[in-house]
Design a protein around this ligand. Structure first.
Ligand code: AMP
Ligand code: MG
Length: 500
């Protein structure tokens, strides 16, 4: 474990982000917030990284998150990028309300996916890329990002993470006047597809190569930087990581809400949380972002949008990679999404051997969930908790639908292929295997809202309680019983704006 001051910072490293040159970033100091107070520090994440925040003075952390102090080896930068927003190219993007504070080597890097990590302060004030924005984040959106980062990590879906969160009395105007907050985000990299689009559309060919090499150096060590096809390999990696993450969103009912290319991580991390939601009722055309009038980013559009975004990235790399190689890599995308999605769904349904008719059996259940307006995760969790012999007295009774009962009979028959002998033991094995991949708890929209209200009323303990639950959402926790329940009709289908 190392303290913040002892960490190995990379500002002087030849492969640091700052060394990529002035066109990719502008040095900016955070703007201090008034009357700052720490809301939470994610000590378990700090421990995972090997960063000692237990012995860090609260006063120092408060100053760092409030933007009134920066450590000597920090070099706060606003990153420049562009991107396609709702399909339209916007050249005027960049870190408008966040700063890359520092890049560092995580002391526990042997146990992590990445050696290098970034500290990024979200809500740190205006930058040259703020356009008309105030550079701030509010408590509401900060609490949501804080919790969802832990939730995604707990579901083992690649994500940026949140190390600490702070509130203040600085007022900001949204639909209502709200208090400003900051979030200390950590991730192996904050580089987006939009970084590459920026360099391509502004004709900075040399920088484009250097940026790809920066990513390969830190995050794709298997690629030889002397290999003639290194950029092809790089793009193939991005395709594969993106495909895997989007397949996981699809299997776990996660809607990102704003899949603009500036919100797509080059490492395939779930990134820039705005109006995200998990599906409650299984509704494939669900739109979680009420500014998304056409449903471009509806839940079931996400895999296709992933491909669209990768095509935009491929185009931005077209000076480095020949068109055929880009097409070949893009071609693999759908099959990676499909096979990863199928693998996860088979696990969620407890299927071991591969049998004819398995995909249809799963799809029929999803179809019935949609038709009967069943809760996606709750239904799957019920299937994983219930004793195989009692289905017809319990679950079928609750759902009370002839088609669903008929499906259950077929499902039960299908399970008996994998779990035929020694019923009691086998069914326990099935239950355990299914419960290990079907979360009992989810950060549902109405539950996140409930947590926000508590935090706004000064009850910060709720964050620690939620983090414990979300860290392992597959096992039972001592927490309010309604946290594992689907929402009531009034609580359902909350739509969120981007205004955060
Ligand atoms: P987002 O929709 O959050 O991905 O943001 C799109 C762009 O708007 C990015 O360049 C952000 O940095 C910028 N932005 C979003 N909110 C603000 C804000 N309150 N102040 C300044 N810039 C912002
Ligand atoms: Mg963004």
């Amino acid at each position: 474990m190392k303290s913040l001051a002892q960490l190995e910072y990379l500002h002087d490293h030849p492969y640091s982000y700052a060394k990529l040159g002035a066109s990719l970033s502008t040095p900016v100091m955070p703007e201090p917030l008034t009357h700052p107070y720490l809301i939470h520090i994610n000590q378990s994440l700090a421990k995972r990284l090997g960063v000692d925040l237990l012995n860090t003075e609260q006063e120092l952390l408060t100053s760092l998150l409030a933007g009134s102090e920066v450590l000597p080896n920090w070099q706060p930068l606003a990153m420049k990028y562009t991107g396609h927003q709702f399909g339209q190219y916007n050249p005027d993007l960049g870190d408008g309300r966040g700063l890359l504070l520092a890049e560092f080597i995580a002391p526990n890097s042997a146990d992590l996916d990445s050696k290098k990590w970034d500290f990024h302060l979200k809500g740190s004030g205006q930058t040259p890329y703020s356009r008309n924005g105030d550079g701030r984040a509010v408590i509401r959106s900060t609490v949501r990002e804080y919790l969802i980062s832990a939730a995604m990590q707990g579901l083992r879906i690649p994500t940026t993470q949140a190390l600490a969160m702070l509130g203040s009395t600085t007022l900001v105007q949204r639909e209502e006047t709200e208090c400003a907050a900051t979030l200390l985000r950590v991730a192996p990299s904050h580089i987006r597809f939009g970084h590459f689009e920026y360099l391509f559309y502004s004709g900075q060919d040399q920088q484009l190569k250097l940026l790809a090499e920066h990513v390969m150096h830190w995050h794709m060590p298997e690629i030889d930087l002397n290999a003639p096809d290194k950029y092809e390999q790089f793009f193939a990696q991005v395709v594969s990581r993106t495909a895997n993450t989007i397949a996981q969103w699809h299997a776990y009912g996660f809607c990102h809400g704003v899949m603009n290319t500036d919100n797509m991580s080059i490492l395939g991390l779930t990134f820039d949380y705005g109006p995200f939601a998990f599906l409650d009722t299984y509704q494939p055309n669900y739109i979680c972002n009420h500014s998304d009038y056409s449903g471009r980013y509806a839940f079931d559009e996400q895999p296709g949008i992933g491909q669209w975004n990768l095509s935009a990235l491929g185009y931005a790399l077209s000076k480095l990679i020949d068109t055929d190689a880009i097409e070949t890599a893009l071609h693999r995308y759908s099959s990676i999404v499909q096979s990863e999605y199928r693998r996860l769904m088979r696990a969620r349904f407890g299927l071991i051997s591969e049998q004819d008719g398995d995909p249809e059996l799963i799809n029929e259940c999803l179809f019935l969930m949609e038709k009967l307006e069943l809760d996606y995760h709750y239904t799957l969790r019920c299937l994983s908790e219930i004793d195989c012999r009692n289905w017809h007295s319990d679950l079928a009774h609750d759902i009370n639908n002839a088609e669903f009962s008929e499906w259950l009979t077929r499902y039960q028959a299908r399970l008996s292929v994998d779990y035929i002998h020694d019923h009691d033991n086998k069914d326990k094995q099935r239950q355990q295997a299914m419960q290990a991949v079907n979360p009992k708890y989810l950060l549902r929209t109405h539950l996140a809202q409930e947590a926000i209200t508590l935090v706004e009323n000064g009850q910060y303990d709720v964050i620690e309680q939620w983090l414990k639950v979300l860290e392992n959402p597959f096992i039972a926790h001592d927490c309010p019983p309604h946290w594992s329940q689907p929402p009531s009709n009034e609580q359902k289908g909350h739509c969120l704006s981007c205004s955060s």
